[in-house]
Design a protein around this ligand. Sequence first.
Ligand code: IPM
Ligand code: MG
Length: 356
Amino acid sequence: MFKKIAVLPGDGIGPEIMTAAKGVLQAIEYRYGHRFEWTEGLIGSIAIDKTGSALPPQTVELCKSSDAVLLGAIGDPKYDNNPDAPIRPEQGLLELRKTLGLYANIRPIRIFDKLKHLSPLKVDRLNNVDFVIYRELTGGIYFGEKCSDSGFSSDLCIYHNYEIDRMSYLAFEEARRRKGKLCLVDKANVLESSRLWRRRVGLLALKYPDVELSYLFIDNAAMQMILNPGQFDVVLTSNMFGDILSDEASVLNGSLGLLPSASKGEEYKLYEPVHGSYPQAAGKDIANPLAMILSVEMMLRDWGLVEEADSIIQSVDSCITQNQLTEDLNTISPISCSELGHLVAEKILAFKKEVI
Ligand code: IPM
Ligand code: MG
């Protein structure tokens, strides 16, 4: 198979985790006889520094002419505490999502048995935890009209029927492939836009009598995710609530560094870790590359490369089982980001030797 990949390492630890992911993809190329053309582009703070724009037009072109986009991380602390910054790195990512029409953000939450003891939750709370968050990504309060005056500011939360329908359709289909349960998370007791979600999802549910639909308010859902995360299968929610819930869900495993994501629209696909740019770790070779590597795994699976994707999972599992992990998950004898990347790649190649 030949595929073109747009690679946007971005800020902070982005370049380091991306290098690790590249090594893994090279191992896949070598073992399975594929060819992946890898072209890098600028986004985020580094793009602002080099071009004055968080998303230069060349990057958009590159993404549009590729089969998939891999993104590392976005964000730099120099912008975080400056509410008056005229331009922000995050704008690059938001604009890219909007331009590519990536309305569905899919964040699977997997628990690795060997890591259960690192979870902030008691181990017995982690039974049967295996769910996926379907977060709407190009609407809601993130993209509604913004205005600011000397005495007030506002961010409009707007959702149209079509935005809810296309997203909910994907979530129902996923529920049908999984355990047949869909939970809509909203704030319908307060927000008009949430009541629209309930109406539209309720209508679509008529076509999915085999899917058990439930509803939770966001405040309750945030609590349930700690009390009994095993109750969830597919969680469907709006942009803002999905952002918050997915960070909460990601640490059930003990580290934010393990959670991958896929963002999809009608035409394009982008894969990125859920975690941020972790600026304190930048350049130190200590970041966990597994969320990035597992994002590559999601990309390969979407291309129908099941065996290839499985080999990544097997290699990551093996590193976890042998405690070959970065310092977020192994404080006593951690290995570096690059070492962990090499190990995953080597294990993929070693499976080949066993086959021969
Ligand atoms: C995420 C991130 C982004 C978001 C930021 C970097 C704009 O937190 O992908 O979850 O809020 O969507
Ligand atoms: Mg987030």
